[in-house]
Design a protein around this ligand. Structure first.
Ligand code: CTP
Length: 399
């Protein structure tokens, strides 16, 4: 379970106290937990307890400007690997079964593209009511997974089914749900990211401003979609995503060798800002300051994207990036043909766009037949959308 993330929606029931224990058990197992506490849930446990145990901000309000500025409700619903509702009240089940979205919890449930696991908790008569039975059948039909409820004496004094499953039972159900295959399960992905550094002497190198954020976000999204993912990265200052195999490199030639070492793969995404040129010679010792400025002779580096696209072990789908500062779409279309890749993700990295090193990206997805312009999105969301498109293409659902 380590490295997975869960969005926990805590509904309004006395069993909410068990959700605090659930957070502890998940954290112990290396699962990160972000919580939504409904207004009714907040009558039973406090946001402070949830925040202290999860170590994350607790989200409560759909119309909170501060919450929304930090993480929009759509992104919140998709940022985790699994959405868990515990306790799932009769009301939350009814809302999702009927597609209501009138608070943060129900909106997140409707907006998510992840699996939903519910741990119902309610009075026995409420659980047995035909309305709840109908909602349960609808939700099961929609693919919602259920754990519990158990039989026993309830807080209301009645006896029967309706008790929320114990935290460790819910942990086991989460473990099983996380292990279910994703859209890219069984497939292998290669992602390049970050800059390359081309040494001049033992202390100097030529490099560029790439932060690696977009490539890391793509690798993360591919791994979360179930792909066995290898990330070949130049030197960057960000942590590797969980469940991704990281191969660190410095130069373009090392990056190419690392990529070739992981072939064959089903999909390759070349997001690295590879230096096109390197110094012709590498001085053994530090170049001393002389009378005159030294002349720098550069020679061409291998083109990793073109090499993968034209190679004998070509991945079924090769995706390149185009970093442009003018004529973005036209240059990118030309680059797709020149490099021989299937798709190009084009972005304008001109000064003032804030894309190099920033958190957001505005891209155009260029395929053989179409150009799609996506709105400005978080780099993580660009990764999620691209992974979904890759899954469609590799599964034969789309071109
Ligand atoms: N790329 C690569 N190896 C290189 C240069 C670029 O794999 N030696 C890949 C990048 O990872 C990206 C794509 O090629 O997917 C385009 O990179 P970009 O820098 O935009 O293009 P260049 O080839 O440098 O072309 P130009 O300088 O003319 O824009």
């Amino acid at each position: 379970m380590r490295g997975h993330s869960v969005l926990l929606i805590i509904g309004g029931g006395i069993a909410a106290y068990k959700s605090l224990e659930l957070i502890r058990r998940l954290k112990e197992r290396g699962v990160s937990v972000r919580a939504v506490l409904t207004r009714a849930g907040g009558e039973f446990i406090t946001p402070l307890s949830v925040a202290a145990l999860s170590g994350e901000q607790v989200f409560q309000d759909l119309f909170s400007l501060t919450d929304e500025a930090q993480m929009g409700h759509i992104e919140l619903s998709r940022s985790a690997d699994l959405v868990v509702v515990a306790p799932a009240t009769a009301d939350l089940m009814a809302k999702l079964a009927n597609g209501h979205a009138n608070d943060l919890a129900s909106t997140a449930l409707l907006a998510t593209d992840k699996r939903v696991l519910m741990a119902p908790a309610m009075n026995v008569r409420m659980w047995n009511h035909p309305a709840t039975r109908r909602n349960l059948a609808t939700l099961k039909g929609d693919g919602v997974i259920f754990v519990g409820p158990g039989d026993g004496e309830m807080a209301c004094g009645e006896f029967g089914p309706g008790r929320m499953a114990e935290p460790l039972e819910i942990v086991a159900a989460i473990d099983a749900a996380l292990a279910l295959p994703g859209p890219l399960s069984g497939l292998k992905a290669l992602v390049t990211a970050g800059p390359t550094q081309e040494p001049l002497d033992p202390v100097r190198f030529l490099a560029n401003r790439s932060s690696g954020k977009q490539g890391y976000a793509i690798a993360d999204a591919l791994a979360r979609a179930g792909a066995e993912t290898v990330l070949v990265s130049g030197p960057v200052a960000i942590a590797p995503p969980p469940r991704v195999k990281l191969l660190r490199v410095e130069t373009a030639r090392e990056m190419l060798a690392a990529c070739e070492s992981v072939l064959p793969v089903d999909v390759a995404v070349c997001a690295a800002a590879v230096a096109d040129w390197r110094p012709e010679s590498l001085a053994d010792n530090k170049i001393k300051k002389g009378e005159n400025a030294p002349a720098l002779t550069l020679i061409a580096n291998p083109d990793i994207l073109a090499t993968l696209s034209h190679g004998a072990r070509r991945p079924a789908l090769v995706v390149g990036f185009a970093a442009e500062t003018e004529n973005v779409i036209a240059f990118a279309q030309e680059k797709r043909l020149r490099k021989g890749c299937d798709w190009i993700v084009a972005n304008d990295v001109g000064p003032g766009t804030g894309i190099m090193g920033g958190e957001t990206n505005t891209v155009h997805l260029i395929t053989a037949n179409a150009t799609e312009s996506w709105p400005q999105l978080d780099k993580s969301e660009v990764g999620v959308r691209l992974a979904a498109r890759i899954a469609d293409a590799l599964r034969g659902n789309a071109a």
